[in-house]
Design a protein around this ligand. Structure first.
Ligand code: ADP
Length: 259
């Protein structure tokens, strides 16, 4: 059965003290399972705010987020953790935490209150570690790994959580070109082969245009949503950056810096 994430007339932002700072008013779009969607936009355009709002880590100001016909807001924390996994920017990692501990913790929505793993939890962990070539790292403290390896480990934790929706905030930040390519390829495979919704934010615009099924462009409080081809036809990309030395070539489908 086809499943979908539906964002309906969402207003996102921050309430601090008595003040409300609306980052984006009136955002609506819909994504089906098996889709990779990239959120792009300049610094401060609202990418993290949106991902955290969908992940239910930040209260929305107004509007609804539905998984199929279910409103996410009233669901229990455990029910939400079975639907959505969130990979933020690489966090500070406790010095002794090993990959296998992180993956065991990620089975939390399915274990009893003591966190005891069943055989099915263990095989889920082994399968994901195997799929992501992480078996040799299972017994290593995460702090000893490179940024690229840590990013793979965090993605592995999200996969072990086994949710239909994966949200990732700048998963390619701080990675060299080789590792960026490998992370993007992995995320595309997760969306297409495993029929998940993978929603990521990124400043790596050219790879994002290459790998994404859908793009959400955030710009000055507005969201423009569509396939890459639709947004190219609407000449949306030409106007994201205001400096004359950042250009977009619609034939090559590439941004470039003209110096
Ligand atoms: P992006 O991820 O696209 O760089 P953010 O979602 O981090 O953008 O920020 C969007 C806007 O929200 C910015 O104007 C930022 O200053 C503001 N903002 C971010 N975090 C907070 C916060 N905790 N309280 C108030 N405003 C915030």
């Amino acid at each position: 059965m086809e499943q979908r994430l539906r964002i309906e007339d969402l207003h996102i932002g921050y309430r601090t003290g008595g003040n409300t700072h609306t980052v984006i008013p009136n955002l609506s779009f819909e994504v089906e399972s098996g889709t990779l969607i990239s959120i792009i936009g300049r610094n401060g355009s609202g990418k993290t705010t949106l991902l955290q709002s969908i992940a239910q880590l930040l209260a929305v100001l107004q509007g609804k987020i539905y998984w199929n016909d279910t409103d996410l807001k009233p669901l229990s924390t455990q029910a939400k953790a079975k639907l959505i996994s969130y990979v933020g920017q690489i966090p500070n990692i406790p010095p002794h935490l090993k990959l296998q501990d992180l993956l065991a913790l990620s089975r939390n929505p399915y274990t009893n209150w003591l966190g005891n793993l069943e055989q099915s939890d263990r095989s889920q962990i082994q399968n994901v570690a195997d799929r992501l070539d992480l078996i040799p790292w299972l017994d290593r403290p995460l702090v000893e790994l490179s940024a690229g390896q840590k990013q793979r480990c965090l993605i592995a934790a999200a996969l072990v959580q086994d949710t239909p929706i994966l949200l990732l905030d700048e998963p390619s930040a701080f990675l060299d070109l080789d590792h960026k390519a490998s992370i993007f390829k992995l995320l595309q495979e997760i969306a297409h082969k495993h029929n998940k919704i993978v929603m990521l934010s990124t400043h790596d615009l050219n790879p994002a245009l290459q790998i994404s099924d859908k793009i959400l462009l955030l710009d000055r409080g507005q969201g423009t949503f569509g396939s890459v081809q639709e947004l190219v036809r609407q000449k949306i990309f030409e106007n994201i950056f205001h400096q004359k030395w950042v250009g977009f070539d619609p034939d090559l489908m590439q941004f470039s810096i003209c110096v």
